[in-house]
Design a protein around this ligand. Sequence first.
Ligand code: KIV
Ligand code: ZN
Length: 517
Amino acid sequence: MSDRVYIFDTTLRDGEQSPGATMNQEEKVSLARQLEALGVDIIEAGFPAASQGDFEAVQAIARSVSHIQVAALCRALTKDIDRGWEAIKDAAHPRIHTFLATSEIHMTHKLRKTREQVLEMAEAAVRHAASLCPNVEFSAEDASRSDWDFLAQVCEVVIRAGATTVNIPDTVGYAQPFEYGELIAYLIKKVPNSKDAIFSVHCHNDLGLAVANSLSAIRAGARQAEVTLCGIGERAGNASLEELVMALHTRHELYKLDCGVKTQQLYPSCRRLSQIIGQPIPPYKAIVGPNAFAHESGIHQDGMLKNPLTYEIMTPESVGRKGTEMVIGKHSGSHAIKSKLTELGYVLDDAQLAVVFSAVKELADKKERVFDEDVEALVLEMVYRRRDKYRLKDMSVFSGTGGVPPHAAMVLEVLDGEQVAEVRRHTSFGEGPVDALFKCIGSMVGYAPALDRFQINAVTGGTDAQATVTVRIEHEGKRSVGRGTNEDILVASAMAFINALNRLEKMREEKSECPTI
Ligand code: KIV
Ligand code: ZN
């Protein structure tokens, strides 16, 4: 059996299903390139049949990376597979990933199909996918709650039909490490043609066991692990890429298995994700959380000073953490900013560089110290933002404890491509300054979406830190997430709300064709 574990990153597909983690096409491409730099083997770029937007994003990703495999997720339906293939066929190394549920509960209540029908569908889907692409993965959804003998039968049939990877997901995070390992060992032994495919694992974290289950499966012979950065994903998330990789790395003497991930790129990759989705990495997050290498207790500090091995099983440097550095001041030139961007992994053309340069200088005039995180937040704001319908031109907000209720005045531009088609002005009162702002924006766009999440995070420390505001809005059954970054939290709030509206407008244009997984 091979001593190489393939890392399949699904941050852009299963990860994006995490509440609040929606990314636009430009952000997805930027993250895909970072994942390539990280050294994963396969990225799952999305689910092209879900909507026109998903299709275009998968296609753009497929055309932007060159060394890694790009997978498209498809239901076990000819039309989904054709659409998926259309989206990835330009990739240097495309992979069709088709899936079908195999547990009794899913087959009876969700699919309303018998075992025989599921076997037939799985076989037909894989056969069709293999006629288009030699690299085909089949996932038996809810495998961990499926009948083991039936699952073995499904594996045998799909391998015979051309699947080169067979994925055994713990879709609902139900499995326990020892039984999941036993299941993988059982399948590899029982399926007569198991040596013709790589067995893969895909674990969800509902009981907090996603990484433990994945490692147990790897010990039992699985050689592909499906993971996401920071473990983001549906419900409690997926197995975390950085945890799994560092477990294999730190305990190499135990597993004796390698993967192609460059561990020094782990922290930069997770930080990039956090910046894009506007959600901070939780303090206690293993490997990449702010506290992961912080030693507070006196005894620990004493031990660390005497020998770091006393309390550190890996070094911060090994996962790419150098500590936040002050990089740019108001006297920094474009050369310094360009080399900082290159160090952070951004390749920008001259026009993009000019935009970022002037934004950084503007920020450096207002803020004492500009950190790496500030520069990254500006790049994401200025370069990877979608062509919008609405753009904030000017605003002012009044709030306080006096008799005058909080109110906001705003000038909003309505864009037609690059051109400003119309300028709208309005003033509104509200319960507080944010309420006044959102009411003002609502009046100008002609509808008032419900706000169901509002979150502010400081990009760095200090009272002059930039703030990233994330909002989630809902209108006519459609949900959208928006983010805005600015040194003024009210401006960041308005930008976030307008960003969410722009995304909502885009969604209305792109009408989802089928539910997400
Ligand atoms: O959790 C799951 O079963 C999935 C499959 C579609 C691979 O995400
Ligand atoms: Zn999943």
